[in-house]
Ligand binder design. Structure first.
Ligand code: G1P
Length: 289
């Protein structure tokens, strides 16, 4: 079945970023001039997804506003350039693409968030993007994964090599032999201590799932952090159904973390056509290099 649907779990508290995220969702924090959630949406659109499902909290109205609200392009004092800019802002979501919003009443974990989208997902395969994992690549990470899904029709989760000492921040996987960057998962553990991590491969926030994952998620109980963990759903599924790990090409920034967020801003700003060179000069000067 063709992949059309992508779920964006965006209901988390964002507590690592308090106080900035007390009233503003962390997914609305900008990298240079674009909110994280828009990078995620553009990655999904680029990968061919046409049904976007946001699992959001009732208080997080700005995400919906960002995509749905329309700026008034008929104001009498607008220059031609301003009018064009405003029109562009009104077309972040192209024609033919739908956005749906569903609430997660309580932040009970990533697995729980995905289950809230069950009725909208219906019986189809679907992707999941965690917007705070920003991936800088030539070919979008999700697009890379869609091509592989079309070959295998199996669930695929993206991974990267991480420092084992930081395993408590990730779902950590073990894998069977496989071709270069597509490997069969044999185990997955949510945020283990380094000594319990099965390898140095950590899960990054891009997933493609066959629909069966929903059944497994419905049958798991509270896990790490007292949350319904997606990782536990994947673990119970892979006994009966193959799941592949894909080491994507690209650089990932953990933008749910202050340092990761700042690094992403610096890297994207350095690439900015208008002020990138000025920023580089400033940084060299500042660091005396
Ligand atoms: C989530 C997942 C974890 C994954 C991580 C990637 O954790 O539960 O398995 O490695 O995203 O960013 P979170 O960072 O939301 O705590």
């Amino acid at each position: 079945m063709k992949l059309n649907k992508v779920v964006f779990p965006v209901a988390g508290l964002g507590s690592r970023f308090f106080p900035a995220t007390k009233a503003t969702p962390k997914e609305m924090l900008p990298i240079v001039d674009k909110p994280l959630i828009q990078y995620a949406v553009e990655e999904a659109l680029d990968a061919g997804f046409t049904e976007l499902i946001f699992v959001t909290a009732k208080s997080k109205t700005s995400i919906r506003d960002h995509f749905e609200s329309k700026l008034n392009t008929e104001l009498s004092n607008l220059t031609k350039e301003k009018k064009e800019l405003l029109s562009k802002m009104n077309k972040i979501i192209p024609n033919g693409v739908s956005c749906k919003y569903v609430f997660q009443e309580e932040p009970l974990g990533l697995g729980h968030a995905i289950l809230q989208a069950k009725q909208l997902i219906n019986d189809e395969p679907f992707a999941v993007i965690l917007a705070d994992d920003l991936i800088d690549t030539k070919i979008g990470a999700l697009k890379q994964m869609v091509d592989l899904y079309n070959d295998t029709n199996s669930s695929i989760i993206s991974v990267q090599k991480v420092d084992k000492a930081s395993s408590i921040q990730y779902g950590m996987v073990s894998i069977d032999e496989g071709s270069q960057n597509m490997m069969k998962l044999t185990d997955i553990i949510e945020k283990p201590l380094p000594e319990n991590a099965p390898s140095n491969l950590g899960v990054v926030g891009r997933y493609i799932f066959c629909n069966k994952i929903l059944k497994f998620l419905e049958n798991i109980s509270f896990g790490t952090g007292n949350e319904i963990q997606l990782t536990d759903g994947i673990k119970s599924m892979l006994i009966a159904h193959p799941v592949y790990a894909y080491e994507f090409e690209g650089t990932r920034y953990d933008c749910g973390d202050k340092l990761g967020f700042i690094k992403a801003n610096i890297e994207y700003a350095l690439k900015n056509k208008i002020f990138g060179d000025d920023l580089e000069d400033y940084l060299k000067n500042r660091l005396k290099i």
